[in-house]
Ligand binder design. Structure first.
Ligand code: ADP
Ligand code: MG
Length: 247
């Protein structure tokens, strides 16, 4: 269980404000290797800001975040190494529109890891096969459905061989009939032992796949428990109300 796993990302007393609005209030938690954490909570509670702070898309004001024991700071060389360890998938797939699926997936390995094109292509085809997109390798993003684009975005993140994958509402922008194909890919990743932090409103996924469910409330982690406990005995009225709105 999680107690035996190695701490990988450690968040200590992290605060972040936008102007006078404090969005993260003394957030402390540990994400362990191989663990799948699902983060839920109302819109505006700070979930995305925490994910963005982990790979420094949003610098925090105080406190400390470490990845594999190394602090996340503005040091460019360290940050580049950390960002290749931390894959990120956004709500709005953010594929490069002028590149084919294959080139979307090979771009970072070729540019950042200097992987030769043939080798990068082979690795990308293997990843596209894993997400069921191998037949679409030579298409452009605009030729794909939202679910297909998101599966390519996952393959693109995996191409850097990350040690952890962060997902920020990966299915929220999708038509309902495309949600499952993306969740299926994420479920397979989890089964393969990937360390994952997933912000989502998909409670079925949380119940089935998460090792722990974390509830964000006004910039704080107000509860953090294994899914069975989290859903069976909601720890407080705000969680109960939130779950009521979700179901
Ligand atoms: P969540 O992902 O839980 O919906 P966010 O972390 O995106 O919440 O945002 C938390 C709060 O911070 C929201 O009130 C949001 O409007 C605000 N916020 C987020 N990013 C910025 C920004 N770049 N500038 C100003 N306010 C922001
Ligand atoms: Mg968000």
């Amino acid at each position: 269980m999680s107690g035996e796993r190695t701490p990988y990302i450690v968040v200590e007393q992290v605060c972040k404000s936008f102007g006078t609005h404090q969005v993260l209030r003394d957030v402390s938690t540990v994400f362990r290797t191989g663990e799948v954490t699902v983060i839920i909570g109302a819109s505006g509670s700070g979930k995305s800001t925490l994910l963005r702070a982990i790979n420094r898309l949003e610098p925090h004001d105080s406190g400390r975040i470490t990845i594999g024991g190394v602090e996340v700071t503005d040091d460019i060389a360290t940050l580049q190494r950390q960002r290749s360890e931390v894959g990120m998938v956004f709500q709005q797939f953010n594929l490069f529109g002028h590149l084919t699926v294959l080139d979307n997936v090979t771009l970072a390995p070729r540019r950042i890891h200097r992987t030769p094109r043939a080798q990068a292509n082979d690795a990308a085809m293997a990843l596209l096969t894993r997400v069921g997109m191998q037949a679409h390798a030579h298409k452009y993003p605009w030729q794909l459905s939202g679910g297909q684009q998101q599966r390519v975005a996952i393959a693109r993140a995996l191409a850097m061989a990350p040690k952890v994958m962060l997902f920020d509402e990966p299915t929220s922008a999708l038509d309902p009939e495309m949600v499952q194909e993306v969740l299926d890919v994420m479920r397979e990743l989890a089964r393969g032992g990937m360390t994952m932090i997933v912000v989502t409103h998909e409670m079925g996924f949380a119940r089935e796949v998460a090792d722990r469910v974390m509830f964000f409330d006004q910039g704080c982690i107000s509860h953090d428990a294994p899914p069975q406990e989290f859903f069976q005995q909601p720890a407080n009225d705000r969680i109960r109300a939130f779950l009521g709105r979700m179901s």
